[in-house]
Every structure is written in structure tokens, then in C-alpha cells.
Write a protein that binds this ligand. Structure first.
Ligand code: GAP
Length: 511
């Protein structure tokens, strides 16, 4: 059932039903592409942020954190290029009245029409040749595959040129020539392509106050604090500054749940390096970030994708993509941002944003390698991996969130076997009170024990502890593991150590 529209729809419904994610202002019918996190959602989100923060700041002596304000001086966005260049090309279909990003229409065409045909040829050949099939050789020599590849390259070259020069008419020509139709109406009755700036603007102070922007990325808060951090943290290049926080983009097309939101959270790290050493550090962070994801996500669902179009600030850029239920899409970006940002801020602010390198005996504007992951996308990655609808051996079914135990919102549920037996509920409360200073726990006595296990499975609780009549005799409890549903008996005095070994964040950091 995975990778289907149904699977995704069920996942979204599950998020709402079990208190992970709600539409914003739902009693007023919601606000497009804005979401609220519920009681379990906020805990999962906090755990994911904590895992990132520790991996960056705790595990690297040369990375420090900051928390910059969302509002920044308007000149920041002039210097960064966002006022002039943070645009998406938009196009409307005159029949369906639906609005699209022209670049996404073209990218989807390449993925769905050309890549899919190449994959089909490979699949057919695989079946024809069986074990003797040599895929690289087939791809390099098969005439039809080569034709598709050539077509793809021609499109992408024109596309990249049009995007970098801002030739919107050429984007429109491509859409016409490729006969791309509106997914909604099926018609090719398009408007011209227009640029649309993605920043939200508001006013600060009195009625006629200055325009300020809601930050569209957290990175600029790091750049403008470069000197402050340098002067107060005793760091030497290479060093990094990490930050998590909200970002805002007036996305033209905001679909796919929390994948593309208008208000979202980023976790970004800018790594300042010597000019000329940026590619070494780019490769370093590329690999390091992939390993971080692989600790919580199956390797086959992750891949690198080099950017076809480089942003105005980058000399190299790659995405870590995850296979969401709607296909492989960007989860994190790793960008070599050159000295673009610091140099622009130096020019506009007239403040020297340089580093004196004691080893080289000279000053320079550092180059920057950035890692930037969306916390909400990571949340969706985590749930897409975890959400499982299982049929059990006895024919019954269960919905279980197989979230990595260390990231799960509730770590342990404490369950007395029966509700009306004071000796069981009293003992269960005792165990709960003992555990709650160590782990986020939940006490639950309502409904039959099987139903309570299902409820914990549905919110991803990795361990359930059941207090039964044997507990009163032997001071032992059953410990049930979520994924295997296996149960073992364990002494109450051993629970903390046993679970601590399994649930401590250090396991993820050393992995
Ligand atoms: N500072 C660089 C930067 O902002 P980006 O590729 O535009 O780069 C980085 O964004 C990450 O932020 C993306 O990989 C994605 O995870 C997340 N992100 C960007 N736009 C988003 C949106 N509208 N909704 C949710 N997450 C988003």
C-alpha cells in the first residue's frame, strides 16, 4: 500500500486523529499550507530538533549555536539578494484557473515522461536478459535510452539557461513545445510566465512604519552575527554556526501536507572555511549529513541529487532527497555559498566582515558551506517511514508508527492489567512515578489491555509495561516491544537501566 495516494491520505488522517498535526485555525476551515502540531507531534518535532542540534553542536567542538530574531533589518534581504531574486516563475491555466510553478511543471515533465520511459526500458531489458543483465552497459548502448537521455539533456540545458537568465518567455516556449497540459483541466491554455517574490512583508512600528520581511531562511541571521560569534566564542576557521527556527515563504503552490508550507522551521548550519577549501568541506558535509539521515531512515529511501540550477549564491549544490509517498523529493540542501553573503553584507553595511587567519598571516572573507534541512519535512520523512498498516497472524490488523524508539514522542506506557483492581493500579502508579523522571511516560488504564496496546502502537510508543497479578508476587512486569510485539518479564528494579540503554540519545549520536 506504500507509495500510493491512499497511503498518503491515510497518513494525513492518522496525524490528525492521533494528535500529531492539525490544519491551522481549523474551526475557521483552516489556512492554506499552514499547520499546527498537536501533543504527540510537538514531542516528535522536539526530538528531531534535539537530535539535529546535538549532532551539530554537541558533537562538534567547532560548531556553536545562536537564536536570531525572525525580524531583521530590511537591508539584510537587499544584500542577500532576496528582494531582487527570491522569485518563483508562476503560470496560470486559463481553463482550470489553477496556478503552477513553471519550473516545477517542466521538472515534473522530465521526471514523469522521460525518466519514467528510461526506467521502463531498463525494466523490460532486465526481464528479458535475467541474471546476465548489465544495466550500465545497456544504458550506455541502447539506442532508445540514448535518445531519451539526449532529449532530457536538451530540455534541462534550455531550462537551466532560462532560469539563470530570467528569460521567462523561454520557459513558456518550453511548456508549449513539450505540450505540457494542466494536470487539473488537461488543457494547454496557459498565461505568460511571471515572476513572483516569495517573501512576506509587513510593517514595523506606527501605521506608516518601515516594511520588514518575515525571514524566508534562517541563514541570514547567522551571516549578520558572524563577527559577534567570532569575537565571543574563540572559534578559529574552520568553524560553524548552527540555528533552528521559523522561516516564511509565500509559496505559489502549497500542496502535499507539511512538505511545502508557508510557515515552516529550518535547521541550518553555516560552516566558515578558507577560500579555496570549500569543495573539501562541501564533500565532508555532504557525506556527514547523509550518514545522519541514514541513522534514522532506510538507506534505499535516500539519494543525492545535484542541482540543475544553482541559486544566485552557490558554486555547488546538492539535495538529499527522500522517497516520500509522492516520490523522491528534496529533504535537505547542502550548498557551497562562496563568500557571496558575507561580501554583500560587508558592501552594504560598510562593516568589515573578515577573518584574520593567524596561520596564513592574512585577512579574508571566509567561504561558506551550508547544510539546511526543513524540520517539518524531516517530520514527514519520519512518519512516512514509520506509518505501517499490518495484518497480523490471527487475521486482525493494526496500525503502528514504527518511529525510531529514541525519537518516539512517548517512550514508555505503563498499563495496569485491570482498571478496577486497586492493588494493580496502585502498583502501576508507583512504577509510572519511578519512570517519569527518566522517560516521557504515559499511564493508561482505560479499556481492555489489547486495545491499549493498539493505542500505543498508533502513536509509536516503543515499550509498554504491564502490571499484572504476578507483579504483586514477584516484583516483575511484562515489557512489550512495539514492532515485534514480543514480551519479556523483567524485574521492576531493572526497568530504568534496561530502557536507558535502549533509549538514550547517545546511541544515535555514536551510530
Ligand atoms: N538557506 C538555504 C535554504 O533556505 P532551501 O533549499 O530553500 O535553502 C532548505 O531550503 C530546506 O528548507 C529544504 O531542503 C526544505 O527541507 C526546507 N523548506 C524549504 N521550503 C520549504 C517549505 N515551503 N515548506 C517546508 N520546508 C521547506
Amino acid at each position: 500500500m506504500k507509495n500510493t495516494a491512499d497511503y498518503f491520505k491515510n497518513l494525513i488522517a492518522h496525524c490528525k486523529e492521533y494528535g500529531f498535526v492539525f490544519p491551522s485555525s481549523e474551526i475557521y476551515d483552516g489556512l492554506s499550507a499552514v499547520y499546527d502540531y498537536g501533543p504527540y507531534g510537538v514531542m516528535l518535532k522536539n526530538n528531531l530538533r534535539d537530535y539535529w542540534w546535538r549532532a551539530m553542536v554537541q558533537m562538534h567542538e567547532n560548531i556553536v549555536g545562536i537564536d536570531a530574531a525572525i525580524f531583521m533589518h530590511p537591508s539584510v534581504w537587499k544584500a542577500s539578494g532576496h528582494v531582487d531574486a527570491f522569485n518563483d516563475p508562476l503560470i496560470d491555466n486559463k481553463d482550470s484557473k489553477k496556478r503552477y510553478r513553471a519550473d516545477v511543471l517542466i521538472e515534473d515533465y522530465v521526471a514523469n515522461k522521460i525518466d519514467a520511459k528510461i526506467d521502463k526500458e531498463i525494466e523490460k531489458a532486465k526481464q528479458r536478459f535475467g541474471d546476465t543483465f548489465d544495466e550500465p552497459m545497456f544504458v550506455a548502448t541502447n539506442v532508445r535510452v540514448q535518445e531519451y537521455k539526449q532529449k532530457k539533456e536538451n530540455i534541462l540545458t534550455r531550462f537551466a539557461r532560462a532560469m539563470s537568465t530570467g528569460e521567462l518567455a523561454d520557459l513558456k516556449n518550453l511548456i508549449d513545445e513539450l505540450e505540457i497540459a494542466c494536470p487539473e483541466s488537461g488543457s494547454r491554455n496557459w498565461t505568460e510566465v511571471r515572476q513572483f517574490n516569495l517573501m512576506f512583508a509587513t510593517q514595523m512600528g506606527a501605521v506608516d512604519g518601515d516594511i520588514v520581511y518575515l525571514r524566508p531562511e534562517t541563514a541570514q541571521g547567522i551571516f549578520v552575527n558572524f563577527l559577534n560569534v567570532l569575537n565571543t566564542s574563540r572559534q578559529k576557521i574552520p568553524f560553524g554556526i548552527a540555528q533552528t527556527g521559523k522561516a516564511f515563504r509565500n509559496e505559489i503552490v502549497a500542496r502535499q501536507f507539511i512538505f511545502r508550507m508557508r510557515e515552516f522551521e529550518q535547521m541550518e548550519m553555516q560552516f566558515f572555511v578558507r577560500p579555496g577549501e570549500e569543495m573539501k568541506w562541501y564533500d565532508y558535509w555532504k557525506n556527514k549529513r547523509m550518514l545522519w539521515h541514514k541513522a534514522i531512515t532506510p538507506a534505499e529511501k535516500l539519494r543525492f541529487k545535484d542541482h540543475d540550477n544553482l541559486a544566485h549564491y552557490a558554486n555547488a549544490a546538492v539535495d538529499i532527497q527522500f522517497e516520500f509517498p509522492f516520490g523522491f523529493k528534496e529533504l535537505e540542501g547542502i550548498h557551497s555559498r562562496t563568500d557571496f553573503d558575507l561580501k554583500s553584507h560587508q558592501e552594504l553595511s560598510k562593516k568589515k566582515l573578515q577573518y584574520f587567519d593567524p596561520e596564513l598571516g592574512e585577512s579574508y572573507i571566509p567561504y561558506v558551506v551550508e547544510t539546511s534541512v526543513g524540520l517539518d519535512r524531516l517530520f514527514l520523512t519520519c512518519l512516512s517511514n514509520a506509518f505501517t498498516e499490518e495484518t497480523l497472524e490471527d487475521g486482525s490488523s493494526r496500525t503502528v508508527l514504527k518511529i525510531h524508539p529514541i525519537l518516539a514522542p512517548i517512550k514508555v506506557a505503563v498499563l495496569p492489567l485491570l482498571k478496577n483492581k486497586e492493588e494493580l493500579t496502585g502498583k502501576a502508579r508507583e512504577v509510572f512515578n519511578m519512570l517519569k523522571t527518566n522517560f516521557i511516560c504515559q499511564y493508561d488504564e482505560k479499556d481492555a489491555i489489547g486495545k491499549r496496546y493498539r493505542r500505543q502502537d498508533a502513536i509509536g510508543t516503543p515499550y509498554c509495561i504491564t502490571i499484572d497479578f504476578d507483579t504483586l508476587e514477584t516484583n516483575t512486569v511484562t515489557l512489550r516491544e512495539r514492532d515485534s510485539m514480543g514480551q519479556v518479564r523483567i524485574d521492576i528494579n531493572d526497568i530504568v537501566n534496561n530502557l536507558h540503554d535502549k533509549l538514550h540519545i547517545s546511541n544515535l549520536l555514536t551510530d
